[in-house]
Design a protein around this ligand. Structure first.
Ligand code: FES
Length: 164
């Protein structure tokens, strides 16, 4: 009889322990929420680094890794010679020079300003401190002392492709 009581009370203790474990888990989930657990799980998942991110801007510019494509029909600022664009999301300058396209980095070699440029008389001016570069990236006027990187370009139909 004592053994039966002991076994029974032992079995009740086991049930109580299981109940308390489940209740404790429920309390933790209630306290931190499901998002806490899902965010922990998702942060442990491996990143997909094999596919470059692709950004499609609504203005006809697509960026995929080191390739930038510009739809020249939509981006008609590049249609005429002297037309130019600063593509901030790709940190790229593009200009039409008598029907040929040049592309350069928009990261100035002086102090790395990348979004303050003007283009006149076939020269890019970084308006942060007024360094001037020609369309080959060469420094025309400092304070910048190093040239801008130049990217290759090609046109197929109405698509300009820039390879950085
Ligand atoms: S960052 Fe371009 S001139 Fe200074």
């Amino acid at each position: 009889m004592k053994n039966d009581q002991f076994l029974q009370s032992g079995s009740l203790s086991e049930s109580r322990r299981q109940f308390l474990e489940k209740a404790g888990l429920a309390t933790i989930i209630g306290t931190f929420g499901i998002s806490f657990f899902t965010s922990c799980v998702s942060s442990e998942e491996p990143d997909d680094t094999t596919t470059p991110p692709t950004t499609t801007a609504p203005n006809g510019i697509t960026i995929s890794g080191n390739t930038v494509q510009v739809n020249l029909t939509i981006q008609n600022k590049l249609a005429a010679s002297g037309g130019w664009l600063l593509i901030t999301s790709a940190k790229t300058l593009v200009a039409n020079l008598n029907g040929a396209y040049v592309a350069l980095t928009s990261v100035c070699t002086h102090s790395q300003c990348s979004d303050s440029w003007s283009f006149t008389n076939n020269q890019f001016t970084c308006t942060c401190h007024n360094s001037i570069f020609d369309t080959a990236g060469k420094v025309v006027q400092g304070p910048a002392g190093q040239p801008l990187d130049v990217y290759s370009t090609s046109v197929s139909g109405s698509t300009l492709t820039i390879n950085k």
